[in-house]
Design a protein around this ligand. Structure first.
Ligand SMILES: [Zn+2]
Length: 309
């Protein structure tokens, strides 16, 4: 029990509980092992904060809420297995969680590792916990502590193999296994965090609807710019809010420094990453991916993505 708590719960000075409507409340009291007992019995449901008081993470959780995304996480698990890395799968109703465990590392390192893993597959829309690199106010993001009951649905979810079989037959046995999960070696974290993605994201999935007609323009770059708005292009790669702003993909950004001006059809980073057309965006994006980011290579890749063949 103590070791199960140690696996998932990074801080003990406060803890989150799930209320009957599915939300979480922070209880500013010391965590007790009795609560974990109650959690496993389904009497109460705890959350687990992703970072400790010093913004260190001992796990990374990728949260898929759609069946297709879950399929990608299964694939990722099998690929990691080939590298000798164990990921733990906890399916839920429509998607599920993929967990990876560490000896405590800075939250920023854990997140970078997670982002690189998602980048390998060109995965978008999968939430990454911890959500913060560093805690500023409050205990930050949390995930439902596994093997408890979801208050709203009354469901309990188990850890499974990539084939969908429970990793152990009972809650007690699952707790025992998850009390000493395989950790990702620091070397592997470094390796993934520094690797350049060989995958051109545009090649992974058809992100754009097939263009039905050749857009107007005298030059290839004009035709590209006329084929799609900056907003529609960029939002495939950057999560934008209703004001068309979001976190800049080109620098370590926690302040939503990035935005698209929809009227004037350009993007911009207020922190100094520049801005401009979809071509400027894609050049920088390719640079980030370690791909040829020359003008010629960039517009050729965009023509493949955006123009009818
Ligand atoms: Zn920026």
């Amino acid at each position: 029990m103590r070791r199960y708590a140690k696996t998932f719960i990074p801080r003990q000075d406060c803890y989150p509980i799930q209320t009957e409507d599915g939300r979480y409340l922070t209880i500013k009291r010391r965590f007790q092992l009795d609560y974990l007992q109650a959690h496993l019995k389904g009497i109460m449901t705890l959350g687990a904060y992703a970072l400790d008081e010093h913004s260190r993470a001992r796990w990374l959780c990728l949260d898929a809420d759609m069946p297709e995304q879950w399929g990608e996480l299964l694939k990722m698990t099998k690929d990691l297995e080939q590298d000798g890395i164990t990921a733990y799968l906890e399916p839920s109703r429509r998607g599920g969680h993929l967990w990876l465990f560490f000896s405590p590392i800075p939250g920023a390192t854990a997140r970078q590792f997670g982002q690189r893993l998602l980048g390998r597959y060109g995965l978008q829309g999968i939430e990454l916990f911890p959500k913060q690199d560093v805690l500023k106010t409050g205990p930050g993001s949390l995930v439902r502590l596994p093997l408890g009951k979801h208050r709203l649905t009354g469901q309990r979810y188990y850890f499974v193999t990539p084939e969908g079989e429970p990793i152990a037959p009972s809650v007690r046995e699952q707790v025992r296994l998850m009390s000493a999960p395989q950790i990702v070696p620091p070397d592997y974290i470094r390796h993934v965090s520094t690797e350049r993605s060989p995958v051109d994201l545009s090649q992974v999935k058809p992100l754009f609807p097939e263009a039905s007609h050749e857009p107007a323009g005298a030059t290839l770059s004009e035709r590209l710019k006329n084929s799609i708005s900056v907003y529609d292009f960029v939002r495939r790669y950057v999560e934008l809010d209703q004001n068309a702003t979001g976190c800049c993909p080109f620098h370590e950004d926690q302040h939503k420094s990035f935005g698209v001006n929809r009227e004037e059809n350009f993007w911009h980073c207020w922190a100094g990453c520049g801005g401009g057309s979809i071509i400027d965006f894609w050049m920088k994006w390719r640079q980030l991916q370690g791909l040829d980011s020359s003008f010629t290579a960039t517009i050729k890749s965009m023509a493949d993505m955006l123009l009818p063949r």
